[in-house]
Design a protein around this ligand. Structure first.
Ligand code: AMP
Length: 278
C-alpha cells in the first residue's frame, strides 16, 4: 500500500495501478461505514484508491472543522488490512492553492435540506469531489446513502459535466441500536450516545405508519417529530419527506419519498435518512 500527499505523487502512483480503478473519498477517522465502501470497491475493481481529506470549504464558519476527529495512523493501519492499493492524503494547501477561485455548484438539488441549513456546504463538497475525480480518474466512485443529498449532488455533477466515473451508492451501516455510523459519533457523551438512537427510531416509526397505510406527508413528518420530541437530549433541526429525485419537500399524498432529518444531540449534529415506498 502506497501513501502519497502531493498531486504529482498521486498522478505517478495512480498511473501504475491496473483498472478498473475504484475510488472512495473520505474525511478520515474511518469506521465500518467507510470500510463497507472500501470492501464493495475491492469486490468490483482491480485496484482501490482512498482519499483522506477534511475539506475546509464544506464547513461553515460556525461548524466543527477545528474539532473534526482525526487519527491518520489508525486510518492507514485499517486501510492496510483492507489491502487498499493507494491512500491519498492531500493538505489544504495542495487542494486550495493561493488565489483559488474556481467552484463547482449544483443548483436546485442542493437548496433544500442540508443546503438550507448549511449554506455553502455543497459548493465545497462538489468542488472538492470534482478535484478528487480529476486527479484520481477513477472508473467507479463509491458514496454512502447516509449522505443522501451529497450522493444526489455528486450524481448530478457527474452527469452534467460528463465526468468519467460511475457513481456507486452503498447502504448505510448502523450500530446495533440503529444509529448510523459516523465519525462525529465519537463526540457524543455516553448519555448522548444512548439518546442518539432516537433518530433511527423516528425514521422507523414513520416507516411503520406508512406501512400501516398512512400516505399524508404531514402525518409522516409528524410521526418523526413526535418520536424525536420524546428524547430530551435531541433538538430537531429539520424532519423531511422529500421527492427522492428532486429532493423537493412533498405535500399531500406520498407514494415514494426520502425521509430525512438533522438533529442535534448535545453539540453534535447528526443526520440520517431512509427511503419510503418501492
Ligand atoms: P465522510 O468521511 O463522513 O465524508 O464519509 C465518506 C463516505 O463514507 C461518504 O460517501 C459517506 O456517505 C460514507 N459513509 C459515512 N458514514 C457511512 C455509513 N454509516 N454507512 C455507509 N456509508 C457511510
Amino acid at each position: 500500500m502506497k501513501v502519497v500527499h502531493s498531486l504529482p505523487e498521486l498522478r505517478l502512483a495512480r498511473g501504475e495501478l491496473p483498472g478498473p480503478l475504484g475510488f472512495v473519498p473520505t474525511m478520515g477517522y474511518l469506521h465500518e461505514g467507510h470500510l463497507s465502501l472500501v470492501r464493495q470497491a475491492k469486490s468490483e475493481c482491480a485496484s482501490v484508491v482512498v482519499s483522506i481529506f477534511v475539506n475546509p470549504t464544506q464547513f461553515g464558519s460556525n461548524e466543527d472543522l477545528a474539532s473534526y476527529p482525526a487519527d491518520l495512523g489508525r486510518d492507514q493501519a485499517v486501510l492496510e488490512r483492507e489491502a487498499v492499493d493507494l491512500i491519498w492524503i492531500p493538505t489544504p494547501e495542495h487542494m486550495y492553492p493561493e488565489g483559488f477561485q474556481t467552484w463547482v455548484t449544483v443548483e436546485e438539488l442542493t437548496r433544500p435540506l442540508e443546503g438550507e441549513h448549511r449554506p455553502g456546504h455543497f459548493r465545497g463538497v462538489t468542488t472538492v469531489v470534482a478535484k478528487l475525480f480529476n486527479a484520481v480518474q477513477p472508473d467507479r466512485a463509491y458514496f454512502g446513502q447516509k449522505d443522501a443529498q451529497q450522493l444526489a449532488a455528486v450524481r448530478r455533477m457527474v452527469q452534467d459535466l460528463g465526468f468519467r466515473p460511475q457513481v456507486v451508492a452503498c447502504p448505510t451501516m448502523r450500530e446495533a441500536d440503529g444509529l448510523a455510523m459516523s465519525s462525529r459519533n465519537v463526540g457524543l457523551s455516553p448519555e448522548e450516545r444512548r439518546a442518539a438512537g432516537v433518530l433511527y427510531r423516528a425514521l422507523s416509526a414513520a416507516q411503520q405508519v406508512y406501512a400501516g397505510g398512512e400516505r399524508r406527508a404531514d402525518a409522516l413528518r409528524r410521526s418523526m417529530a413526535e418520536t424525536l420530541q420524546v428524547e430530551p437530549l435531541a433538538r430537531i433541526q429539520y424532519v423531511s419527506v422529500a421527492d427522492p429525485e428532486t429532493l423537493a419537500e412533498l405535500e399531500g399524498e406520498v407514494r415514494r419519498g426520502l425521509l430525512s432529518m438533522a438533529v442535534f444531540v448535545g453539540k453534535t449534529r447528526l443526520i440520517d435518512n431512509v427511503f419510503l415506498g418501492d
